[in-house]
Design a protein around this ligand. Structure first.
Ligand code: HEM
Length: 475
């Protein structure tokens, strides 16, 4: 009897002991992980510190969320944002190390609504050799001399066409005007479409599509996300038609646009579905960022008459020189405008158009002595680095002169990210902004109406940067 009792007790105790041991080892692991984590706070249950982050992001000083925590915990700290435990970095060296890591350690993180809209094969989401391939092909094409020459000439004619309609005393919204022009360039570069009915159709559908980027991730007929997905389908159909036409024409190996580049690739990795999906996804990073760059530059110049005067002098000088020679400007002329380039660089720093980059750790990782557990997000907040006094004197001041003879490749200046995902559109963005600024300052003077920068959810001007323009009579 006693024997039977001790056997049943043992049967009962063994699993209980095993469960307890495993719980203890889990607690131990949790404690070990926790003790290795950077300092910080997880905030409230579920919402973490998200509300505080958003409140700061809407304020005129969005980096204040980071500044407060930097004082308490340092430049790398732990938090809980947008539903995920997160390591936040405002440390340039740490962020550079994360950006330089490959997909074995970190993969991109985007909100759910965005990943739904982009699809699995989007360049913004794919990893490993396929990402390298697509990124490499697009990056090389955007650097090609013939493309830069074509973009310069297209941008010049679109800008001139737009500006020809402006009349003295008219209120022009720079954000809208630049958006219109930049969209035409982007569509031509990506899919070779000229302004016309199809371009208009694409623009309407694209507006519908991006309206869903920051929506709730719910998909039922009539919902925001559903309508955006439908718009994407319509756009993909148009791109598929263009791909088929290109294949029938068989123009040979000379690439005029990104579709040509991708369909000419002989590796067999790039299906037509992948190409057409990606053409739409490529419009996401290119469509809004360049107009914002142009608009912010005009805003900062309007607030800094000395910089505007210097910019005008430099551009007028070049314009006069070229007209005496009877030549039009090519892309190297625009790049030779050193003060104009410094204005663009300073706008990228002060404006931090993409204020942060997110990654997810695919395994337990240690970066510069900081432990990042598997599944955690890393949020690299570029804006705080760009406004860090240890990198920039008087960082809130718009001061293009600070860039004179300064090296742009330091890790404290990363408006275009870095590593394997460094923005392939960076030259394109600079070129477009240079052409717009040149034609604006050499043809017009303006008085800016009151407006201010909004930083969340994306950087933009509250009233779309209205300026009252007057055509110059001295040119
Ligand atoms: C002022 C303008 C622009 C800014 C500030 C900007 C910024 C950025 C940043 C910060 C990233 C890195 C994202 C990450 O690491 O996850 C990025 C990636 C990217 N950008 Fe840009 N961008 C600009 C213009 C453009 C343009 C004109 C294009 C052309 C279509 C473009 C295409 C891309 C693409 C395709 C990626 C993803 C690369 C990859 O993941 O392999 N961007 N951009």
């Amino acid at each position: 009897m006693e024997r039977a009792l001790s056997i049943s007790l043992a049967i009962l105790l063994i699993p209980l002991t095993l469960v307890t041991l495993s719980k203890i080892s889990k607690i131990k692991r949790w404690w070990r992980t926790r003790s290795k984590l950077p300092r910080g706070s997880s905030g409230w249950p579920f919402i973490g510190e998200t509300l505080d982050f958003i409140a700061c992001a809407f304020s005129p000083c969005p980096e204040s969320f980071m500044s407060k925590r930097r004082l308490m915990h340092g430049k790398v700290f732990r938090s809980h944002l947008f539903g995920s435990p997160t390591i936040v970095s405002i440390d340039a060296e740490f962020s550079r190390a994360v950006l330089q890591s490959d997909a074995k350690a970190f993969v991109p993180w985007y909100p759910k609504s965005l990943t739904e809209l982009m699809g699995k094969s989007s360049i913004l989401l794919i990893n490993g050799s396929l990402q390298k391939k697509v990124h490499g092909l697009i990056g090389a094409f955007f650097k090609a001399h013939h493309l830069k020459a074509q973009i310069t000439s297209d941008m010049q004619s679109y800008v001139q066409q737009s500006m020809a309609k402006w009349e003295d005393g008219q209120l022009v919204h720079i954000q809208d005007e630049s958006k219109q022009i930049v969209f035409q360039i982007l569509v031509k570069v990506l899919i070779g479409l000229e302004p016309g009915e199809e371009m208009h159709l694409l623009k309407v559908q694209f507006r519908e599509f991006i309206a869903g980027l920051m929506s709730l991730p719910v998909k039922f007929p009539g919902s925001r996300l559903y309508r955006s997905l439908k718009a994407k389908k319509n756009m993909v159909k148009l791109v598929e038609k263009i791909i088929n036409e290109k294949r029938e024409r068989n123009n040979g190996k000379f690439a005029r646009d990104v579709i040509d580049v991708l369909i000419n690739d002989a590796s067999g990795q790039l299906t037509d579905d992948l190409i057409s999906d990606n053409m739409i996804d490529l419009m996401i990073p290119g469509e809004d960022s360049v107009p914002v760059l142009i608009t912010l530059a005009i805003k900062y110049l309007s607030d800094c008459p000395l910089a505007l005067q210097r910019l005008e002098e430099e551009n007028m000088q070049l314009k006069k020189k070229k007209s005496q020679l009877g030549e039009s400007l090519d892309w190297t002329d625009y790049m030779s405008l050193s003060f104009t380039q410094d204005v663009i660089t300073e706008t990228l720093r002060l404006g931090s158009i993409i204020s942060g980059i997110m990654r997810t750790a695919v395994k337990d990782t240690e970066v510069k002595g900081h432990f990042i557990p598997k599944g955690w997000c890393v949020f690299m907040y570029i804006r705080s680095v760009h406004l860090d006094e240890s990198h920039y004197d008087d960082p809130h001041q718009f001061n293009p002169w600070r860039w004179k003879n300064k090296d742009l490749s330091t890790c404290s200046f990363t408006p275009f990210g870095g590593g394997q995902r460094l923005c392939p559109g960076l030259d394109l963005a600079r070129l477009e902004a240079s052409v717009f600024l040149h034609h604006l300052v050499t043809n017009f003077t303006w008085v800016a109406e009151k407006d201010y920068v909004v930083n969340f959810p994306t950087v933009r001007m509250k009233y779309r940067m209205p300026v009252k323009i007057t055509r110059r009579r001295d040119v």
